[in-house]
Design a protein around this ligand. Structure first.
Ligand code: KG4
Ligand code: ZN
Length: 358
C-alpha cells in the first residue's frame, strides 16, 4: 500500500511516499529557514505563501523519487493540526483536492502523533506500554501510550516548549534561528556546570514542564554579568559558551527527571523520544542513560526525521487507514488539535497490567 504523506503545519513544506507504513520510498523537505531567519522566528503570513508556492513541486518530486505516478497511490495522509492556520490549510486543501481527484482515501493526521511515528522506520517493533517524549518548537509533552494509537498526556509544558526556549535564548545570545542546533554547537566547548539555574517548581504538584523561568534566568544572567551577545562573524566568548552549555544542561535535566520518574511509575517498556529537540545529542545521551538504568529500549528517529517531515505523517496515516479510518471532504485544519484519547493513565495501566501480566 502506497501512502502519500503531506506536512505543512509550520515552516517546512514536505511530501513523502511510504510503502506499507514502514518503508520510505521518498521524503522531500523544502525548508523555509532562510526565509524566516532575518526575523528570528517563523512569520506566519510568509510561511503560508511559501507553502502555496512549494506544495505542488514538492509532491511531484516525492512521486518522481519514488518512481511512481499519482495513480499508484492508495491513500493520502495530511497534517490536520496543531500548527499555523494558513500553513495547515495549504496542505489540507491540496490533499483534499488530490484525494477527491484520484478517488482514494484521505486521512487527517495529528502532527504530534506523526512525531511519535517518526521512530518506527529504523527501530525494532515498539513494546507497549510505551512512554513518548515529544519535544519540538511548538510542543513539549510526555505521553503514556499503552497500545498503538492510544495516548494520554502525562506531562505538558505550562508555558514555552523546549525548542521555543532554545530559539528564544539563542536570540538573546545573538545567535541565529533556529536556536537549537547553534546552541548545541557552541555548548560543546562550554562548561555545563558553570551556571546553576534553579529548577522550575510546579505548585500544584503535577509532573509538568516549565521553561519560561529558565529563559528569564538566562536574560538576568546576561544583564548582571554584562555578557555581550555574539558579534556576527566572530567566535562566541567563553562566557557565552558556558551559558549555552549550562542552559542546555538545565533543559535536558528538566526533561529527563520527569521522564524517568514517569517511566518507572507507569511501567513503560519502551521510551520514545522525538521532535526537533530530539536531534540534540545531550538529550539523546541523557535519555539513553535512562534506558540503561531502567533496562528498556530508547528509540529516537534518525536525525532527518527528528525535525518536521512528511514520512512520519505518511506512517501515522497508514496506521489509521489500516484501521479503516478515513476523513471525508468536510475535514478541515484544526489549529489546536489535541492528542489524547485516554482518560487516566492509572486506569489504563491497571488494564495493561492484567493484559501483559506485569
Ligand atoms: O519538530 P520541529 O521541526 O518543529 C515543530 O514541530 O516545532 O522542531 C523545531 C525545533 C526548533 O525549536 C529548534 O530550535 C529545535 O527543534 N531543535 C533543536 C535542535 N535541532 C532543532 N533543539 C535543540 N538541539 C538541537 N540540535
Ligand atoms: Zn514538529
Amino acid at each position: 500500500m502506497l501512502v502519500l504523506g503531506i506536512e505543512s503545519s509550520c515552516d517546512e513544506t514536505a511530501a513523502a511516499v511510504i510503502k506499507d507504513g514502514r518503508e520510505i520510498l521518498s521524503s522531500i523537505i523544502s525548508s523555509q529557514i532562510d526565509l524566516h531567519k532575518p526575523f528570528g522566528g517563523v512569520v506566519p503570513e510568509l510561511a503560508s505563501r511559501e507553502h502555496l508556492e512549494k506544495i505542488e513541486p514538492v509532491v511531484r518530486e516525492a512521486l518522481q523519487q519514488a518512481s511512481i505516478g499519482f495513480n499508484d497511490l492508495d491513500g493520502i495522509a495530511v497534517t490536520r493540526g496543531p500548527g499555523l492556520i494558513g500553513s495547515l490549510l495549504v496542505g489540507v486543501c491540496y490533499a483534499k483536492a488530490l484525494a477527491f481527484g484520484l478517488n482514494i482515501p484521505l486521512i487527517g493526521v495529528n502532527h504530534i502523533e506523526g512525531h511519535v511515528f517518526s521512530v518506527i522506520f529504523e527501530n525494532p517493533e515498539i513494546q507497549f506500554p510505551a512512554l513518548a517524549l515529544i519535544v519540538s518548537g511548538g510542543h513539549t509533552n510526555l505521553f503514556f501510550v499503552p497500545e498503538p494509537g492510544q495516548y494520554k498526556v502525562v506531562s505538558r509544558t505550562r508555558d514555552d516548549a523546549a525548542g521555543e526556549a532554545f530559539d528564544k535564548v539563542a536570540k538573546m545570545l545573538g545567535l541565529e534561528y533556529p536556536g537549537g542546533p547553534v546552541i548545541e554547537q557552541i555548548a560543546r566547548s562550554g562548561d555545563p556546570k558553570k551556571i546553576k539555574f534553579t529548577r522550575a517548581k510546579i505548585s500544584d504538584g503535577r509532573p509538568d514542564f516549565s521553561f519560561s523561568g529558565l529563559k528569564t534566568a538566562v536574560s538576568k544572567h546576561l544583564r548582571e554579568n554584562s555578557i555581550a551577545p555574539v558579534i556576527p562573524g566572530e567566535d562566541p566568548s567563553s562566557d557565552l559558551r558556558d551559558l549555552a552549555a549550562s542552559f542546555q544542561a538545565s533543559v535536558v535535566d528538566a526533561l529527563i527527571r520527569t521522564t524517568e520518574k514517569q517511566a518507572i511509575e507507569l511501567g513503560a517498556r519502551t521510551l520514545i523520544v522525538a521532535g526537533g529537540v530530539a536531534s540534540n545529542n545531550a538529550l539523546r545521551e541523557a535519555c539513553s542513560s535512562i534506558g540503561n538504568r531502567l533496562q528498556i529500549p530508547v528509540y529516537f528517529p534518525s536525525r532527518h526525521l527528528s525535525t518536521d517531515n512528511a514520512a512520519m505523517i505518511g506512517a501515522a496515516g497508514y496506521f489509521h487507514l489500516q484501521r479503516g479510518e478515513s476523513a471525508d471532504l468536510r475535514m478541515t485544519a484544526d489549529v489546536g488539535m489535541r492528542l489524547q484519547n485516554l482518560d487516566s493513565p492509572d486506569a489504563e495501566l491497571k488494564r495493561q497490567k492484567v493484559r501483559y501480566r506485569l
